[in-house]
Structures are given as structure tokens and as C-alpha cells.
Design a protein. Structure first.
Length: 128
């Protein structure tokens, strides 16, 4: 949901998923570090995938301000492969948005995007 100002009042408007703000945030990104650990920005069932053992914080897939998955990358020479682990089954618009963001990441790293691998998450384990 996006808020828009119309004639002095604020109204909520829904944009198609392809238009939502989608980002591949790196591990230890300040947005994720500052996220409340009790949920709100992510499905609490996936907390252990984001905030892993020994204080490790995963790279995250963020859609419209919410954490919707985790990701990792492998760079071999000038080729980049991304593995995306969404928390829900990805829609066509989510896949398209991730593809565009992955192309931007590859350009930033001076690489060519070789492929994106979509992997299902393993069952959630409770975090102690």
C-alpha cells in the first residue's frame, strides 16, 4: 500500500506488485539490524532465517518495507548467481522485480547476471 496526497487529504492507494519498492538488502543492513525482533516487518515464523546463530544477519528480500525472504549470491569471475529463498510462493511480478533488482546488483558489482535460483525454504525451526 502506498499513501498518496490528493487535494489536501491522504488516501491509501494500491499499486500493482511490480511497482512496489523491492530491494535486495545485504547482510547486516542497518534497516534489518534495527528491525524489531518480535516481528512486524517480517513473518515471525521466519525469524531464524533472518537473525541466525552467532549474531549473523542474513541478506534479505524486502518488498514495500517488509522482509519477504532471504538471499545469497555467488560470484565467479564476472558472472553472478543469486539464490532467492522467499517466505511465500513468489508471484510473477515478484520474480520480475527480483530479476530487475538482480540486474542492478550485477551492474554494481561489475558482473553479468548468470542466473537466479528460486529455492524453497526449509521448515522453520524455533529460535532459542
Amino acid at each position: 500500500m502506498v499513501l498518496a496526497r490528493v487535494t489536501g487529504t491522504v488516501v491509501a492507494t494500491h499499486k500493482p506488485a511490480s511497482m512496489l519498492g523491492l530491494r535486495l538488502l545485504p547482510a547486516f543492513d542497518p534497516y534489518i539490524i534495527g528491525a524489531p525482533r518480535r516481528g512486524g516487518l517480517f513473518p515471525i515464523a521466519h525469524k531464524a532465517r533472518i537473525f541466525r546463530g552467532q549474531g549473523w544477519i542474513s541478506a534479505t528480500l524486502v518488498v514495500d518495507g517488509r522482509i519477504e525472504g532471504v538471499w545469497r549470491h555467488e560470484q565467479k569471475g564476472r558472472r553472478l548467481t543469486l539464490a532467492i529463498e522467499p517466505f511465500v510462493r513468489p508471484s510473477a511480478s515478484l520474480r520480475s522485480g527480483v530479476s530487475a533488482e538482480a540486474e542492478r546488483l550485477a551492474a554494481f558489482l561489475g558482473c553479468t547476471l548468470q542466473k537466479i535460483v528460486w529455492t524453497p525454504l526449509p521448515p522453520c525451526q524455533p529460535m532459542s
